[in-house]
Write a protein that binds this ligand. Structure first.
Ligand SMILES: [Zn+2]
Length: 265
């Protein structure tokens, strides 16, 4: 089956899509609640995520997409309840490859393991249309009954990027607004000055745990390092293919499973 699951805490599990390169594979978060569960982001859609998640819960599921890029929105269409920011709605309803970013460099570097997904072809891959059934915007709250998440609008990486903040636990699901890696701020719909404002907001939020859209979770010291480094111009990724050529020899088996649960927190 195309996913692996790592328990992070009583209510939070990390789901990873297998056969996707480590640097591309998004973190899919399953948050279990008293009244309903959240699935935050949905991977590339190579195998059914809904079937997989339903093996682990009987509660209703609200699928939340932090933004519309292909590595986060691939299985959104499977879920009955699909929530995201209005500024990403049009892309999710009409997910042409140029709009979901499955274009250019990402189609030319081998992000999918042919041993695990022999049927995958970059020529035919696309995200299926997943019109949102409800909007999430700044100030909204998702109340699961025994936990609650504030919606933060975190634009910059994309116009409708959102985060989900558990105020009580000071834990932020940050999507691609901040992760422990080089940030992407020069995509077709990115905005660098907006991105910096978003990072300054994250910096002053008081969050202590960051469950990001990629790479391992981290704490506030690492958050500060990442943002400081970005401000100094050292933590953004420009040309993807050049980055890949520079780094691929040191990546080892980039399709290996990596248990990132709890690291750096
Ligand atoms: Zn993204």
């Amino acid at each position: 089956m195309g996913y692996k699951r790592y328990k992070i805490s009583d209510a939070v599990s990390l789901i990873q899509e297998t056969g996707v390169a480590n640097f591309m594979r998004c973190n899919i978060w399953h948050v279990e609640g008293r009244d309903y569960d959240l699935v935050i982001d949905t991977g590339m859609g190579l195998d059914s995520l809904k079937q997989w998640v339903n093996r682990h819960t009987n509660r209703p599921i609200k699928a939340v997409v932090t933004h519309s890029h292909f590595d986060h929105s691939g299985c959104l269409h499977e879920f009955d309840e699909r929530l995201g920011h209005p500024a990403e709605a049009d892309i999710l309803a009409n997910p042409l490859n140029e709009r979901t970013l499955f274009t250019g460099s990402w189609t030319r570097i081998g992000i999918i393991d042919p041993r695990q997904h022999p049927e995958f072809s970059p020529e035919s891959y696309h995200v299926q249309a997943a019109p949102l059934t409800g909007y999430l915007d700044e100030g909204d709250v998702l109340d699961l009954g025994d936990s609650a998440y504030q919606i933060l609008h975190l634009p910059g990486h994309s116009p409708g990027s959102i985060g989900l903040y558990d105020v009580k636990k000071r834990a932020l699901f940050s999507g691609d607004a901040l992760y422990d890696g080089e940030l992407l701020d020069s995509l077709y719909h990115s905005d660098k000055s907006t991105y910096l404002q978003t990072l300054e907001r994250i910096e002053s939020l008081g969050a202590e745990v960051f469950h990001a859209g990629h790479y391992p979770s981290f704490g506030k010291d690492r958050m500060q390092q990442l943002i400081d480094s970005y401000r100094e111009g050292n933590n953004s990724l420009g040309d993807v293919e050049a980055w890949y050529e520079e780094n691929r020899l040191s990546m080892g088996d980039m399709f290996a499973d990596q248990d990132w649960s709890g690291s750096h927190v």
